[in-house]
Write a protein that binds this ligand. Structure first.
Ligand code: AMP
Length: 190
């Protein structure tokens, strides 16, 4: 079973590469951002709660995010493996994920980090926001706040997964195809 974390700042290309890896390796793709957006669209209590954080570019509290992720994994008992996209984003999420997976005799095989400069990401996100209408992609101040959240709360995961010898940094400024090739070579060896 190959369970992979796609890691990187907002706009780094996690979603694009997750879809490629999902199809190539027959894995289940879980994007916590997509699950939140689905709940917002359907105006569920979870969506209504999450929206106030997401609109400002803040992280949704750990407890609800962890419970939601566990529910998504439990929906797919026959999966050949999972791609976690946008999760974990804090040390407590990472610890909860390790504990949850180990209860199921599962573990993370690798954390694949897409590395891209913040200035490139800002222009990517602003252009994505024009097409998607995502509130958090349309305002540079909110985008910068998401980077601040990443730098304060998510960046410590680099040391967490490096200590487990699972962290792979990848230059995410190259073409989509070049990055997909690089990721495929890494995942093939897991
Ligand atoms: P994304 O689509 O991954 O960029 O996520 C969009 C927004 O959803 C983030 O800015 C957060 O507000 C929220 N979100 C997604 N995943 C998480 C997570 N693992 N922990 C907390 N908040 C999250």
């Amino acid at each position: 079973m190959k369970n992979i974390i796609l890691f990187g700042k907002p706009g780094a290309g996690k979603g694009t590469q997750a879809v490629f890896l999902r199809d190539h390796f027959n894995l289940i793709h879980i994007s916590t951002g997509d699950v939140f957006r689905y709940n917002i669209k359907n105006q569920t209590p979870l969506g209504i709660m999450a929206k106030q954080y997401m609109d400002n570019g803040d992280l949704v509290p750990d407890e609800v995010t962890i419970q939601m992720l566990e529910r998504e994994v439990d929906k797919k008992p026959d999966a050949a493996g999972f791609i976690f996209d946008g999760f974990p984003r804090t040390i407590s999420q990472a610890e909860a994920l390790d504990g949850f997976l180990s209860k199921k005799q599962m573990s993370i095989a690798a954390t694949l980090a897409l590395d891209v400069d913040e200035d490139i990401l800002v222009s990517r996100l602003l252009s994505r926001g024009k097409d998607s209408g995502r509130a958090d992609d349309q305002d540079e101040e909110k985008i910068r706040n998401r980077f601040a959240e990443y730098n304060a709360k998510t960046a410590p995961l680099i040391a967490y997964y490096t200590a487990q010898e699972k962290f792979h940094a990848i230059d995410g400024s190259r073409s989509i195809e070049a990055i997909a090739d690089h990721l495929t070579r890494i995942v093939d060896q897991l």
